[in-house]
Design a protein around this ligand. Structure first.
Ligand SMILES: [Mg+2]
Length: 287
């Protein structure tokens, strides 16, 4: 779907003979059907869906930390994509410094020989990086992805609930919602961090959101950018629309109800709230 579909209206057509024997057509708009057609809630993932958090936030603040520590390293967008295969920020730094240790600082000359010292040093770098990340979030320098604001507004205007469901750092997720969507933040509950014991791909965070919001999971639409997130949404019995992010675009999205490159700003929409009906052509697998 390359452009926004026209809003759908349910109509019932009656053909009825009149006393002249001709047929006239009555068109009755059935607004009540809308209550069954539209989602009760749109549940957004945070990282990669609201913002390109990895590229514009984490990558940037790793680089800031290196600079502050006098280290001549700058992770560009492609290199960072490779490094993302290493889960965990501390593990990622350790892995990277190990791969360049023959020629580059800090390992070349300053690297603490002692394992405990190494661990402490990496930990302190990571703590600083986490602080810088929150500073970047709160400064509003982490832009929303195209169409996020529009879809949030359309959903709230239509009376649907909106929430953000993420298993990453609660402070960061709340910071993103508060800073980047200030006009809606009071109406967007955040389910994040350790609010559930099992992280995605477990359905727990989505199940908790549906229960707390008092909505039927089958009437929720999840917006995700990764296979792990897609699996979490489907396991919760929800419809899942994928908007691919820069580092997830090659993942396998088999099983998604719809796949797009983004939501899309005004004039460049891939879909809108009006498209999220069930059943409807939107959900029949085209993108
Ligand atoms: Mg994500």
């Amino acid at each position: 779907m390359s452009s926004k579909a026209a809003p759908r209206r349910s109509t019932i057509r009656h053909r009825k003979g009149n006393h002249h024997g001709s047929t006239r057509e009555l068109t009755v708009r059935v607004n009540a059907l809308r209550n069954f057609d539209y989602p009760e809630a749109i549940l957004f993932d945070c990282d990669g869906v609201l913002c390109e958090t990895e590229r514009d936030g984490h990558r940037v603040t790793f680089n800031m930390t290196f600079k502050e520590n006098g280290l001549d390293h700058d992770w560009d967008v492609d290199l960072y994509g490779e490094l993302l295969k290493i889960g965990g920020g501390k593990e990622r730094m350790t892995h990277y410094f190990n791969t360049v240790k023959e020629t580059r600082e800090p390992f070349k000359s300053q690297w603490p020989e002692d394992t405990e010292e190494r661990r402490a040093w990496i930990k302190s770098m990571h703590l600083r990086k986490t602080d810088l990340f929150l500073e970047v979030v709160e400064s509003g320098e982490l832009p929303l992805r195209p169409g996020v604001r529009r879809l949030v507004k359309e959903a709230l205007d239509a009376g649907a609930k909106v929430a953000v469901c993420s298993t990453s750092n609660e402070k960061a997720v709340k910071g993103i919602v508060k800073t980047m969507l200030p006009e809606f933040a009071a109406r967007i509950p955040v389910f994040a961090g350790d609010v559930v014991a099992k992280k995605k791909p477990a359905p727990d965070v989505y199940e908790l959101a549906a229960k707390t919001l008092g909505v039927n999971p089958a009437r929720c639409v999840v917006i995700e950018d990764t296979r792990i997130g897609l699996l979490a949404g489907k396991a919760a019995g929800m419809r899942v629309c994928v908007t691919k992010s820069i580092y997830s675009e090659d993942e396998d999205f088999t099983g998604a109800d719809a796949v797009f490159d983004c939501i899309g700003d005004d004039g460049d929409e891939r879909f809108g709230f009006e498209d999220l009906t069930t059943p409807g052509s939107f959900w029949q697998g085209d993108d």
